[in-house]
Design a binder for this molecule. Sequence first.
Ligand code: PLP
Ligand code: ZN
Length: 386
Amino acid sequence: MPASALTHLECPECRRKFNAARVQNTCEACRSPLLARYDLEKIARQVRREDVSARPRGLWRWAELLPVRREKFRLTLGEGDTPLLPAVRLGQALGLAQLFIKDETTNPTGSFKARGLCVAVARALELGLREFVVPTAGNAGGALAFYAARGGAKAHVFMPKDAPRANQEEVRLSGADLVLVDGLISDAARLAAETAKGKRWFDVSTFREPYRCEGKKTMGLELAEAFGWELPDVIIYPTGGGTGLVGMWKAFEELEALGWIGSKRPRMVSVQSEGCAPVVRAFQSGAERTEAWVNAETIAAGLQVPNAFADRLILRALRESGGTAVAVPDEEILSARDDLARTEGLLACPEGAATLAALRHLRANGWVRENETVVLFNTGAGLKYI
Ligand SMILES: *Cc1c(COP(=O)(O)O)cnc(C)c1O
Ligand SMILES: [Zn+2]
């Protein structure tokens, strides 16, 4: 079995290094998220990209670039290796010859949150943790609950009471402890932190531990492979906490260091709802950090995140890639969802539909050109929102 090449954790702000064999949350010095680092030279010497492509399907075929050392801790419910669907009819309507949808619907619990929580829970179990807590807009709670169940661990999930019913029910069914909160994910986070005080609950909130990002990184690895180790021109991603965006950007850096891809990068686009767009506002104003969005409200639950803890990493990825950030109104999200269903046969979640709404704007103003290869992310199953 392939071995993890994890070496240490690193703070991307102050560059301090941390021992990855111990449980870590954020940087002790500057409170930034921590990133996992690997012995990439060793991987480059020992493994070829063709070897990884030949392995059985699933996220763990990238084991060298993931943090879990012992195979018995590599939990699985069948996550990863989601389809990359050509969207020919929609592409024609938009004047694009190369339009694709990375469809994360087929992940366990119906969203890409499975990738992150799979790896985070697996690594935490390997480090001896047995009880977890998460504040969530919905899907992260479901994913945590099921991976905890799979791993024989206990989960405590704090969720806004207006989160999608499917999310509440799945958490209950998994046997996890569900606390409904009157407010937003930020309020759920406060209550979770208070309740967890003095208890040995491990907090797997977005970027409060280093390994959800590693799980979501596999979306970038899969895209590189699917395009024959040449990345597309534009990736459009619905951004809440930004785990996937930051994860994919990190994946590309690692793949280049391995010599598996060249230096060409996609332009990364963050999409948010006009009802909650802190990343878009910070991007447009040239700021390095986001400011908490007041009165956040959108039908796209996963985008109802007033403040992204990894704001600097998100904004850096957008800017370094030559990307942009777009806010779309909820009405456009809903009509994009209908178009995806009718034109491509895909029942997208509102967050995923938002990427199509954004693409419409970026085609109308010429930011995306007709000869470019574009990937939209449908981050979850539309069924969960019905
Ligand atoms: C959480 C979530 C998002 C936002 O993902 P981040 O990586 O946290 O930015 C988008 N879509 C869906 C369906 C989600 O559950
Ligand atoms: Zn630091």
